[in-house]
Design a protein around this ligand. Structure first.
Ligand code: ZN
Length: 586
């Protein structure tokens, strides 16, 4: 059957904003937390493993309800960032979660402080909870006293969390005006995107100029928000928690050694020239002597092929099933249970994401589907995320969700499977060429671009400490772009506002390198798949079904991958370099 574009149904979480079910969930958490507070006196270094496990299970139960309530608030807000019910529920939930965290904090603090011998004894008896408990202890040197931790939690509600909510509310109401065929259209950011990636060179430039005109108008405000976020990050992570650098706080949360991240960033920098070579070559294919930054995503084929949503869904599901039937079945559940919001609406959050709530709940996926080939790839990407957590649903609520760098594995692999499928059925040479070029465009967008964002963040956080103004940060950003593109692309001044339009650097500082990590890892895995065929699949599915139940470094070591080695990362770039060689021959 054919699926169509629609809104998701959040009914499985809660029937609505002011419903008894939602109130009951708040009441249940309240009750369980009151009972959890009673275990404080039972926490002893020599406590038996059975009692300890009961405590962990009780805290998991609280988390499960909170996850549902939080997801309902966040997804409602994402569906309509201007909905006052959603806005106030989100505020209420964030406040509630902070209060609950504060009341249950004593357990985490006790656990981190426990002597190694007893911690090892209890972890050995903890089954699937083990890695969660182990990872928590990594934070021991960065943990404050209970009253201090409580103040941080409470101040975050009205501090950095509120700032991020405001950033979302402000930027998601932007309206972009673009003249198309003599008529001025009012568009959301998602609706502007196809013009940025379209065949018309004039419209590409106009769309980018309009994008950064609108963001630039609020530039001083958005820039100030960023400075505040960076200062908050520094105050908390460096001054209070004593991390050595702003990025190392993220690295520890990802459980990726600083050394591995440094290697990834360095190797990527060294390979910027591969993409620069690609852009010079691409210029010829789009009939230009040199690409402008506006033309990076220009299609090389004349026709802008559009895909009906039903056709897109079918292709994605078929490509997943061709790899492994179970993977296709899992992805189909997202459609069948109406957990997919594909429609473009005013006020709806732009971009795309997948939200995994609890192990047994089919994840929710948001995309803004406009029918371009890239939207089909995004659909495959987000459904890849969904199958990742579904394959790991046998784990606990603490351990089913993989850490960030591995979180982009199934998603990027999903895109590769789709590309393979598209190439297999496409007979038109021009369209095939377009698909191959798009693969390089995507590799640029997920690897080089994200790594340079991370490098910008690293420099920007430092510069904010030196009291940089928004203009200083714009100048820093332009320098960053000049290094990224060399002289392969003509840069215009409007791109100085690009950084204020990147939600990730506001929401989740240093998230972005996870994309590069995921994509390069997938290139390597895909090579293995091509070489090994069927025997590769169990190994790959094992990586996915590990979820977050083990350190990423160990999960990958089992598949023979060493993330600290420059050679491993270079391997991914070698694949790209060969792809450029192939394209040069066309
Ligand atoms: Zn993703």
């Amino acid at each position: 059957m054919a699926y169509s574009v629609k809104k998701w149904d959040l009914g499985e979480l809660f029937p609505g904003f002011n419903t008894p079910e939602l109130q009951t969930a708040f009441d249940n958490v309240e009750e369980q937390v009151a009972s959890f507070e009673g275990v404080r006196g039972k926490l002893k270094a020599d406590m038996d493993a059975g009692t300890f496990l009961d405590v962990v299970r009780a805290s998991e139960e609280i988390l499960r309800i909170l996850n549902k309530v939080y997801a309902f608030a966040e997804l409602s807000f994402a569906g309509d960032t201007q909905d006052q019910n959603a806005q106030s529920l989100l505020g209420r939930v964030q406040q509630f979660v902070a209060e609950i965290q504060n009341r249950t904090l004593f357990f985490d603090l006790w656990w981190k402080d426990l002597d190694a011998a007893n911690a090892d004894r209890l972890m050995a008896a903890s089954g699937d909870y083990r890695y969660y408990l182990e990872a928590m202890r990594h934070f021991k040197p960065h943990t404050l006293s209970e009253p201090e931790e409580k103040v941080v939690n409470l101040k975050d509600v009205t501090g950095s969390n509120a700032l991020i909510n405001l950033y979302n509310a402000i930027t998601n109401r932007y309206v972009f005006k673009l003249e198309v065929n003599g008529e001025v259209r009012e568009l959301t950011r998602a609706q502007l995107q196809p013009y940025i990636q379209g065949t018309d060179a004039g419209l590409r430039a106009a769309a980018y100029q309009e994008l950064y005109r609108v963001y630039g108008q609020d530039g001083p405000i958005l820039g100030q928000m960023y400075q505040t976020r960076a200062r908050d990050w520094h105050n908390e992570n460096i001054t209070l928690r004593k991390f050595s650098t702003p990025i190392s706080s993220r690295n520890l949360r990802n459980d990726i050694p600083d050394e591995a991240v440094d290697v990834l960033l360095d190797v990527t920098k060294k390979n910027a020239k591969t993409f620069q070579r690609y852009f010079r070559m691409k210029a010829k294919h789009v009939g230009m002597s040199k690409l402008r930054r506006y033309d990076i995503y220009a299609p090389v084929a004349k026709s802008d092929k559009a895909f009906e949503f039903g056709e897109a869904a079918r292709m994605v599901l078929e490509s997943f099933s061709a790899f492994e039937p179970r993977v296709g079945e899992l992805a189909q559940r997202v459609f069948d249970q109406d957990h997919l919001d594909s429609e473009v609406r005013k006020g709806k959050q732009g971009g795309a994401f997948c939200a995994s709530i609890n192990p047994e709940v089919t994840p929710y996926v948001l995309v803004n589907y406009t029918g371009r080939a890239r939207d089909v790839a995004t659909l495959a990407h987000e459904l890849g995320h969904a199958i990742h957590t579904m394959l790991a649903s046998q784990h606990s609520t603490f351990t089913f969700h993989s850490s960030l760098p591995l979180a982009e594995t199934a998603s990027t692999f999903g895109e590769m499977m789709l590309t393979e499928k598209l190439l297999a059925v496409e007979t038109d040479e021009a369209v095939r060429r377009d698909i191959l070029f798009k693969q390089m465009d995507d590799a640029f967008a997920t690897i080089l671009r994200q790594v340079y964002f991370a490098i910008f963040e690293r420099d920007a956080h430092e510069l904010v400490q030196k009291n940089a103004s928004t203009d200083d940060l714009c100048a820093l950003y332009m320098d960053n772009l000049r290094e990224e593109f060399g002289d392969s692309v003509e840069l215009s001044d409007d791109f100085k506002w690009e950084w204020v339009s990147i939600p990730h650097i506001y929401h989740t500082p240093f998230y972005v390198y996870a994309y590069a990590f995921g994509q390069l890892l997938v290139f390597s895995l895909y090579q293995q798949f091509k070489a090994e065929g069927e025997s590769f699949k169990p190994k790959y599915l094992r990586i996915l079904s590990s979820g977050g139940s083990e350190a990423p470094e160990r999960i990958l070591a089992e598949a023979g991958i060493d993330i600290r080695s420059a050679k491993f990362w270079q391997g991914g770039f070698d694949v790209l370099s060969r792809m450029v060689d192939e394209l040069e021959k066309l």
